[in-house]
Every structure is written in C-alpha cells, then in structure tokens.
Design a protein around this ligand. Sequence first.
Ligand code: PLP
Length: 444
Amino acid sequence: MTLEILAMNRFDPARAAAVDAETKALLDRRARTFGPASVLFYERPVHMVSAEGVFMQAADGTRYLDVYNNVPSVGHCHPKVVEAMARQAAVLNIHTRYLYDNVHTYAERLLAKLPESLAHLMLTCTGTESNDLALRLATNWTGGEGFVVTETAYHGNSAAVTAISPSSMPGRTLPAHVRAIPAPDAYRRPTNDLSADFAADLDRAIHELKTSGAGFAGFVADSIFSSDGIYADPPGFMQDAIEVVHRHGGLFIADEVQPGFGRTGDGFWGFERHGVVPDIVTMGKPMGNGYPMGGVAVRADVLQSFCDAVGYFNTFGGSPVAAAAGLAVLDAIEDEGLMENAKEVGTYLMGRLRDLARLRPSIGDVRGAGLFVGLEFVSEPEARTPDAALARRAINGLRDRGILIGAAGPFGNTLKIRPPLPFSRENADFFVDALDDFLASEPA
Ligand SMILES: Cc1ncc(COP(=O)(O)O)c(C=O)c1O
C-alpha cells in the first residue's frame, strides 16, 4: 500500500505524545485556524524560533541538526541572501512588465548553467507553478494531452499537477490522461539492464496513452526520484527512456525541484548524471533559499509556439527581490564550493552509512548521489520487507537525539537524507552516530 505523501511522519493528535503547555496552546490555535488542513511533523511537534546554517533552534532551547531541508539549500538564513533581499526590498520591488537589470543578470547566469538548447527562462514562484506551466507548454507543442510519470511521483499541488502526482492520491485511479510506471528501483526489482527496463515500461505506457486517444505530450520525471524513494544509479539509466520519449514525439520535462542547484554533487542538475538533455527543466525550492522562487527553462521553439497561442505572466515571479535572492544563492553555491562539498561530504556520508548497514541488518539499502541519500529499513533482510514502523520510530528517535529527518518512498520506509549543502563531515558523523545509537536502542 502506497503511503500518501502528506501522511509521512504526520502529527496525529490521537497518537500525540505528551506536550508542554505552550506547545498545547499553539496546537489549539492551529486547529482553530487551519482546521483539518493542518499538517505537522512528529509525534511531538517542534516549535521553531530561529535557524542558521545547518541548524534549527527550537523554543525549548534544543538545537537540531537539519538533515531534511533542501529549501534553505545554501544554509538557513544565509547572511548574504538575507542581505541581498533586504537591500533590494528597500529600493525597488515590482513585476516583470517593467525593465530592470538584476532579473536579466540572473537569467543569464542561470541559463549559462543549462544545456544550450534550453534557450529561455520563465520565472514563477513555486515548483507547482513551474510544473503546471511545463504541462501547458508540452500539451501546446505536441497537441497531445497524455503524460507519463513514476508510480510514487510528487510534482506539486495545483489541480493539473496533482493529476500527475500519484503519491497525492494513493489507492485512487489516475486520471485517464496519466500513466504511472514503476520507479527505476534496482533494489526491489533487480535487473541486468535498468535503463532498458525503465524505457520498456515507458514505451508501454506511451502506447497505452496513444491508443486511449489521450495522445502523448511528455514524460515528467524528478531526476533523483525523491518521492519514489531516491534512485541515482547507475548513472545514465535515463538515456534509453528519453530516446523513447523523443521517438514518440513527446517532451522530456526534468523536474529539478529536488536535485537541482548542485545537490547531487555531480553537476548543477540531476539530469546531468544521466547524460540526457531535457526539453523543459522545472525548478523551485532551493532556487531562492526560502524566498518563493521557481522557474522553467525551455527550448526556444516550444516557447515561441506557446506564446503565439497564449503567453504567460506571473505577478511575483522574477521580481527584483526574487532575482536578488536567486543571484545571492548562485554566488553562495559558487563562492563556497557547495556543489563540491555535496559530492565530498555525500560520498563520505554514504560510506559511513554503508559501514553501518553491514552491522545493522535492518538497513537494507543505502543509495543516492551527493547530499541526497536514501536509506531503506527492512524487517526481513532476505525478503527485503519494507519496515515503515522502524522508519517512523527512527524519525522520532533521531529527533530525540537532536536531528531532523523525514521519509520517502511508496512504503514510507526510506529515510530521506537531504541536508542543507554546507553539511560537514562532522555533521555527517553526528548523524550516523545518532542513527547507530537509535538502532542500538531498538529491541533485537
Ligand atoms: C519533485 C518536486 N516537484 C515539485 C514540487 C512542488 O514544489 P512546491 O511545493 O514549491 O510547489 C515538489 C515539492 O515537494 C517536489 O518535491
């Protein structure tokens, strides 16, 4: 049974551990204002007051190591990002229908990091908006309505994007224009040729869409497959699939909301690991380090055709303050060597976790790239039975040890290890030692 994405590590008042009076008061206010739409982490929700670098500070004085957040990617409250935003907000903040400089400096710098064929950049405010726009670009270009995604994909929260996010509707039938294929999971579906298998699944799904009359507009994939459970290896496994997409006349939309901006350590974008060139790249989360920024990089011909038909305007996307935040993020990644750090510390971290896995049979698999690592808990190592209950205990047990972390994957048994990029070896050691300590506390 696939777990709904918002259900993972969700605070459940019925199962709540005892909380102090102040937390209880905040929970009550939240229940009154947000009602049932409120989603909180942990059995005992954490009340945060500040954050800096890779740490977050709670109201009760506890300092947590953040092993979860890819939004404050260059570090929480990065002083240069904060300063750039504040400075720009005090001078000019308007929308993109006037001329101003910094947004073009931003677009030039970002486009220089993308394949040449992605000639233009459109700016939005969220990953959802970016994917929503990508769907419109693809349907306009191809004349098809159909999209293929992976089985536990999450791409955002608008109506059109929820329709291509199977993890948001487990147990429900996908809309007729959407087909989901299995994630490229070599751990649970061992294969000699992951690339060919993945491509064959995609080919079948596209044929189905074409026969159904929906046609085929595109394949949307998060190139690190984060909500599916994090799959990075072997590098290049997306190549056959992307050939299939193009053979069928569709577009490949690379959702870089999670792996983009240096996280995987191999390259600025997750798709680079696979040596493929997308037709559209969507981005969000880490782009503004907490300032709401998203973007779509797109081929010139695809954009021309869209603008001939409809065009696009986004009131807040690409404002001078957004551009200032985005430029400061690019500076931090470059000046502080954060992509190189992701590779170096990520490799070290994965090595330590694999050493731990040799001692702890409940760790079935450790995989990933750079500072995006998945760790699967299993109850029967031979059968690889997913152990979501252990993952849930680990998340709460690590919180008790000063660490914030979450889960991913169809069963919710995979720890999603995704810290801000300035994560150090010392931080990695603290995390692995705490995980070891937690596992030692579990009944044998
Ligand atoms: C891969 C992926 N794409 C898109 C989104 C949506 O981004 P946002 O929440 O900024 O709309 C998310 C959010 O978690 C995501 O993980």
